[in-house]
Structures are given as C-alpha cells and as structure tokens.
Design a protein around this ligand. Structure first.
Ligand SMILES: [Zn+2]
Length: 256
C-alpha cells in the first residue's frame, strides 16, 4: 500500500497521456495512452520492436529495439518530455517500453498508477545502464527511463558511463559526422567492474545507432559480456502501410 505522500501526489498531479496531455482515465490503454490517441500511437508502433541492421550503423551492441517510430505524435511527445519541460512523461514512456518491448503486463492500479508485472525470469539482462547526458546539465530522459524500467523489470540500475570530452549535438550531423562525434567519447568511471554483466543500455531515441554503439564499446571495455540497446523510438523510414494517406490529411478549406 502506498503512503499518504504518494496518494496526495497522485491526486494533485494525476497521470496524463504523454501524447495529448489529457488526464488519463482508469481504462487507459496499457495504463498510459488515452483512447483518443490510441489509433495514432498504434500506427507508430515499431512492430516487431527489434531494429533492423539495415537502417542503422550498429557496432558493439548485440542488437537493439524500440517501442515506436520517431515520427509525428511520438516525436512531438518525446520532444515535449526532453526539451520542453515535461520530464515526468519519461515514466509513461518507460511503462510503454516495458509492455511493448519486454512483455510486461499492466495489472491493476495503486493510487492512480498502474502496477506492472515483469515477464518472470525470462529477460537475460543483469544490469540496466542509461546513456549519460552529452553535456553538463544535459538531458536526463535516458536516466529517468532506465530508473523506471529497472523498477518494473526488477533488474538493478547502474550509471557507470561518463563522457570523455565535449561533443557536438548529434542533430544535424550526417552518419560519418555522428560516428566521428561519438568515437571514444564515452568511458566507464575508474573502478567500474562490469565483469560478466549482460547490459540493457537505455536511450531516448536511436537514430544512426552511433551513440548506443559508442556506449556499448565502453561497457564491453569495462568487462560487460554483452550489451543490448533499447529506446523509446527509432528514427527510420516509416513503412508504407504506416504512412498517413494523403486524403486523410487535413484538407484546406474550399473558397466560397
Ligand atoms: Zn492522448
């Protein structure tokens, strides 16, 4: 049973749909998506979650998965969470990742928050690690996602990675630029022992895969035996069946 502070917080700051900001009803899909947003969000679901190697330039990771395509409503919601002062939505995104990528199940509510059950004993990871902020005071979304995933999946959280130098923002760089920008830019803190660890590495968006790959290399150098990357969304070309047909897009008003 939750304490009074948690129940008061749930009353004052009820959970909201990260895609439209509406207060979530009790029957919200997976506990975190409102009915109005459901069809749009289902359209942007990455099925299956596993990311194809053909769309990304991975190295050092054993594989990667995302819950969504980074497009339209998903893109807007992530930007709101990351850059426009709504960091608390990281909890709802982590809940969606737990359900859509790892098969956790929402089973009941406690003080307005859904309770999820991890898929018992099936996950092969021993530790969850977030991608560190690229600069001082940079985004905490990967950490917030990793912390919530750690609770739901019952896998310990660890933050061994740090950046070794200043990086340019990845946004706007081409593939070669991104690979160069992240090369040797991450390392494990001294004294880190990841011997034998099977790491689940968490980021918010996977674009080329250069950031998660550079982090994975540092984790392997720190003793990890494998690194699998997971993100809320992946930047890929939308498959044709997931694009919005032209006639469904809002039409301009006819002149009288
Ligand atoms: Zn909504």
């Amino acid at each position: 049973m939750k304490g009074v502070p948690e129940r008061l917080a749930a009353l004052l700051w009820p959970r909201r749909c990260p895609f439209c900001d509406r207060v979530l009803p009790k029957d919200a899909f997976m506990g975190c998506i409102c009915r109005e947003c459901l069809s749009e969000i289902k359209r942007l679901t990455h099925e299956p979650p596993r990311l194809p190697d053909t769309e990304h330039e991975f190295y050092a990771v054993s594989g990667a998965a995302s819950a969504f395509y980074y497009s339209d409503g998903v893109r807007h919601a992530i930007l709101r969470c990351k850059e426009h002062g709504h960091p608390w939505y990281a909890q709802e995104f982590a809940d969606m990742m737990a359900v859509m990528v790892f098969g956790a199940e929402a089973s009941g509510y406690m003080s307005g928050t859904p309770v999820y059950h991890a898929p018992g004993g099936l996950l092969p990871y021993t530790v969850i690690v977030p991608v560190p902020p690229r600069r001082r005071g940079g985004g905490r979304m990967p950490y917030l996602l990793a912390r919530r995933l750690s609770r739901i999946l019952g896998i310990p959280l660890s933050c061994p990675l740090h950046t070794t130098r200043e990086m340019k923002p990845q946004k706007g760089l081409d593939l070669a630029g991104r690979l160069q920008n992240t090369k040797d830019a991450y390392a494990c803190r001294s004294g880190t022992d990841l011997s034998g660890a099977r790491v689940l590495l968490v980021d918010d968006i996977i674009t080329t895969g250069s950031t998660v790959s550079a982090c994975a290399l540092a984790l392997l150098q720190g003793g990890a035996v494998s690194v699998f990357a997971v993100s809320v969304a992946a930047k890929e070309e939308l498959p044709p069946e997931k694009r919005v047909p032209k006639q469904q897009q809002p039409q301009e008003k006819q002149s009288k």
